[in-house]
Ligand binder design. Structure first.
Ligand SMILES: Nc1ncnc2c1ncn2[C@@H]1O[C@H](COP(=O)(O)OP(=O)(O)OP(=O)(O)O)[C@@H](O)[C@H]1O
Length: 458
């Protein structure tokens, strides 16, 4: 069935261009309206299935005014606008659009966003939510490719993830630290048809400023002092696969334009290289910052933000994932018991309640650490208490009732694992294995946290 689309846009060339894109893709454009008044008339005449709205139009009313009317009438819409200051974005968001694309956009971005929006609308966001509520009898499996959880908030994430994974669209995963952003990126890659290629991860917080360009784009031999060998960059390594840019908000502004160019033109130049190299890479980025705020304060380029934000995927904090703390706690307890070769432990109702009542500022990562540490130290078959900040506990070295920082928690946790392993970091039964970390990562964390291992040797 040809979907009927109304374009509400006052720029003649823009509107015609959009009409051409849509018709080529098989949509039927019912008309082009240049003002809210004209849009109303078009809607009476043609009853469009979908409306694409620019924000600033001819006449006193804006696209946002029109959006409120569409929302009331349950007609789905997307914004396509050149205006993207914080206030406009906030106002637009409140109207519940199916998407927001900033000009200039690529043809493909409009079509993918429209396809996703049509899918979501025809499957009925509300109907889907209702269906999920009806299925709310506890399903202990709650495991979607290693993403554990049964909460309504997580199911919404999974639903979005399933829609976007098989496309080539850029995804921007948003959320507090430890909410599972990296895990989600892995699953998107796994479920995409790029899964035979590599998922190459770049943690933007650890990129040394002078080497960023070389790390991302590579360099030729002799490109700079110390460049004794040719090196391929992350973009080339991800060719045919996915590039995961973690903590993208940390990327220095001067690198952002180079990054944007590489993503948009799908080609890179190695430092000291003479020609451009084509790369076929899907980009997934993640951040725990409010990028809209970063854009408004000029710390993040707006064009890059919109290039990455084609499909935003917000990760809910653990405290908003009702029901998941329970499920994750059991999952982690089983995992660590297995890893440590201990019989599976159960968690008492009171101990579970203490986990549920806690606010988890460090989200799943913090929960994982707490359970791991408890499993490691407990000798009973049942866990009756957890060392949570702000709670008196009998577990060694956590009797402080003051709130600890994440770093303090992490230092204590690694220290206790090291003690248990008599200082053994690598190899079977070593701390790295128990913590599920590569040895190099554990060494780096120990260095950063000032943990000297020598003191654990006897
Ligand atoms: N749904 C989940 N089920 C089970 N384990 C999970 C889930 N989500 C995350 N984890 C685990 O929690 C830890 C933190 O997740 P992850 O590293 O993906 O978070 P993040 O949001 O990327 O964190 P940061 O912002 O600090 O990089 C990891 O050990 C991950 O394996």
């Amino acid at each position: 069935m040809n979907r009927k689309i109304l374009i509400v846009e006052d720029e003649f060339i823009e509107a015609n261009n959009l009409e051409r894109i849509l018709e080529k893709a098989g949509y039927a454009v019912t008309g082009i309206a240049r003002s809210v008044v004209a849009a109303r008339q078009e809607m009476e005449k043609e009853q469009p299935d979908f409306v694409l709205i620019d924000i600033f139009l001819n006449g006193p009313q804006t696209g946002i005014d029109l959006a409120w009317e569409l929302k009331k009438r349950n007609i789905p819409f997307l914004y396509l606008s050149a205006n993207s200051n914080q206030d406009t974005l906030e106002a637009a968001k409140k109207t519940g659009p199916y998407g927001f694309l900033v000009k200039p956009y690529r043809e493909k971005d409009v079509l993918v966003m429209l396809e996703i929006a049509v899918y979501q609308h025809t499957n009925g966001r509300e109907a889907l939510l209702k269906k999920q509520r009806m299925q709310s009898k506890p399903q202990m499996e709650g495991d979607f490719h290693g993403i554990f959880g049964n909460s309504h908030a997580l199911k919404q994430v999974i639903e979005q993830l399933e829609i976007v994974a098989p496309t080539d669209t850029s995804v921007l995963i948003l959320g507090e630290s430890g909410t599972g952003k990296e895990r989600v990126a892995e699953v998107i890659h796994q479920l995409s048809n790029r899964n035979r290629g590599s998922l190459v991860k770049v943690d933007c917080t650890t990129l040394p400023p002078t080497l960023i360009e070389s790390i991302l784009f590579g360099h030729e031999k002799g490109a700079f002092t110390g460049a004794t060998e040719r090196r391929t960059g992350k973009f080339e390594q991800a060719n045919g696969g996915t590039l995961f840019l973690d903590e993208i908000g940390e990327m220095p502004v001067d690198m952002q334009s180079k990054l944007l160019r590489a993503i948009q033109q799908k080609e890179i130049e190695r430092l000291g290289g003479a020609s451009a190299i084509k790369v076929d890479v899907r980009v997934i980025a993640a951040t725990n910052r409010n990028l809209e705020l970063e854009v408004s304060e000029k710390r993040f380029r707006m064009d890059l933000y919109y290039r990455l934000n084609v499909f935003p995927l917000p990760m809910p904090p653990l405290r908003q994932r009702e029901g998941d703390i329970n499920l994750l706690a059991i999952h982690f307890a089983e995992t660590f018991c297995r890893r440590l070769g201990k019989p599976v432990k159960t968690i008492s109702a009171a101990a579970m309640q203490s986990l549920i009542s806690y606010s988890w500022p460090g989200n799943i990562r913090e929960l994982e650490h707490v359970i791991e540490r408890t499993v490691l130290l407990s000798r009973e078959d049942i866990i009756t208490e957890f060392p949570l900040p702000g709670q008196a506990t009998s577990t060694a070295s956590t009797s402080s009732s003051t709130l600890k920082t994440m770093a303090e928690n992490e230092r204590e946790h690694i220290t206790s694992v090291l003690k248990n392993c008599n200082g053994k970091v690598s190899g079977p039964g070593g701390a790295a294995e128990i913590l599920g970390l590569p040895v190099s990562t554990l060494n780096a964390r120990m260095k950063k946290l000032g943990i000297r291992n020598g003191k654990f040797f006897h």
